[in-house]
Design a protein around this ligand. Structure first.
Ligand SMILES: *[C@@H]1O[C@H](CO)[C@@H](O)[C@H](O)[C@H]1NC(C)=O
Ligand SMILES: *[C@@H]1O[C@H](CO)[C@@H](O)[C@H](O)[C@H]1NC(C)=O
Length: 433
């Protein structure tokens, strides 16, 4: 019941206001209100108290609850027999179709511009590596944690939607089907199975993407000047749910193994990038070729934060980052305050001022947003010979526990040892004061 201002928070002196029964009985509550008002005045806290309106039910929610049982009997694109989910059925006028659907389902309209839908997936068969399925489960749990905290929906696909678009190409039909299945979402965010959220608070800076339809992490110079297919990483990308993106996916898919043009493209990709055809070389080609065109102006290579970051550069920094964050919390009581998990976004906002000197991305002491275990191949175990399987597993464990600590905190526990996934300790009150 007591609302704390953002700064100068101190422990509430009286507990009586915490008891729900106090405000339940109308008449009694008014009296108590008066009493409490004067009590708080005496404590010089009127401003604090007047922020809470215990008797009004203005819950201050931006999002009215979605109406999940409402689908009016008016024909939409879903009712058109020629409309299909598969990549071989081109979709036209998607922006209008999507807009019409939203108008027919008004409960999804508020804030639809910032709605993100996450798509991820893995193969349909068990992992060859003995620890593979264990890690896939933990990777997925990590994504579900992030989605729960930020109110995002997520789809885990583990079948080939197009049997000829196997391995890394499988993401294209999955993303496309997700666009059609989720007209209420503005952005589809593809994440590889081996990408871990290592900052549970950070949110996509969508306001920066008003003029873009496609965002991927990388280094523009590497792609545009050095023509390197490693100048970006296709393991994490954002794509706007619009006609432009469907056309983009068509162009991308045209280079894939199911396409009659596959061999032609494989030759071109080898020529340009000196690398065999895969989803990432194909994506790099589209960026490079379209760079100066109108089409290409809708594509952004994000360098400002880890939309995905290479684990080799990240894992060794996690211990120091943990310490920096604890230092901040030692001096900022508000950031130590226990709270319901549902409102944890609020504490991410409150933390921002303390992070203004942290930087972001490489060399920063801000928590890395997404750590990508590229090359570790946790499921089939065929890791890149540059590193050992043991180092991959140790590093995945650390990143997952680092992330888990941010989640478990709201459940009252912590992994004291980032290398040990199975042991947690209860957190004392006001930790880490
Ligand atoms: C962690 O911090 C210590 C002490 O400031 C420093 O010596 C060390 O190089 C840092 N480690 C990394 C990986 O940044
Ligand atoms: C952390 O856990 C690992 C794995 O269980 C263990 O080998 C290591 O000794 C632990 N470190 C400390 C400081 O307890």
């Amino acid at each position: 019941m007591v609302a704390f201002p953002h700064t100068g928070w101190r422990k509430p002196a009286i507990r009586i206001l915490d008891r729900p029964s106090v405000f339940l009985a109308g008449a009694v509550s008014s009296l108590l209100l008066l009493w409490a008002f004067f009590f708080f005045s005496a404590l010089d806290s009127i401003a604090i108290f007047s922020q809470s309106k215990p008797n009004s039910c203005n819950c201050n929610q931006h999002d009215p609850a979605f109406n999940l049982q409402f689908d009016p009997p008016i024909a939409t694109f879903y009712d058109d027999p020629s409309f299909g989910y598969t990549i071989d059925k081109p979709i036209t006028n998607w922006d209008r179709k999507r807009r019409t659907w939203l108008q027919l389902h008004p409960s999804f309209e508020p804030r639809s511009q910032e709605r993100v839908f996450i798509v991820t997936g893995s193969r349909s068969t068990p992992c060859k590596s003995p620890t593979g399925d264990h890690f896939l489960l933990r990777f997925y749990r990590n994504k579900v944690d992030y989605c729960r905290i930020h109110g995002y929906d997520i789809f885990y696909n583990n079948v080939l939607l197009d049997p000829n678009m196997h391995s890394c190409w499988a993401k294209i039909p999955a993303v496309r089907a997700a666009m059609v299945a989720h007209p209420e979402a503005e952005w589809i965010w593809w994440l590889d199975e081996d990408a871990v959220f290592t900052d549970m608070e950070y949110k996509l800076p969508l306001h920066r993407y008003k003029d873009y339809n496609f965002v991927v992490h990388g280094w523009p110079k590497e792609v545009y000047q050095k023509k390197s297919w490693l100048g970006l990483n296709a393991g994490s990308f954002l794509i706007r749910n619009c006609q432009w993106s469907l056309d983009f996916l068509d162009s991308w898919a045209d280079m894939g193994p199911q396409s009659p043009n596959f061999d032609k493209w494989a030759g071109i990709l080898m020529d340009v990038f000196k690398h065999e055809s895969d989803d990432q070389t194909a994506m790099a080609y589209l960026l490079l070729k379209e760079h100066q065109q109108w089409y290409g102006k809708k594509m952004l290579i994000e360098t400002g934060y880890y939309l995905e970051g290479y684990w080799v550069l990240i894992v060794d920094t996690l211990k120091n980052i943990t310490e920096r964050y604890l230092e901040i919390e030692t001096t900022a009581a508000m950031l130590r305050r226990r709270h319901a998990e549902k409102v944890s976004e609020r504490y991410g906002v409150l933390r921002e001022p303390s992070l203004k000197d942290a930087g972001n991305e490489f060399g920063s002491w801000r928590r890395p947003f997404v750590t990508h275990f590229a090359g570790c191949q946790p499921c089939n175990g065929k890791h890149n010979p540059l590193f050992t399987g043991a180092n991959c597993r140790k590093s995945m464990n650390m990143a997952l526990n680092f992330a888990d600590n941010q989640v478990l905190r709201n459940y009252g526990f912590v992994h004291r040892n980032l290398s040990d996934p199975s042991v947690v300790s209860p957190l004392p009150f006001d930790y880490p004061a």
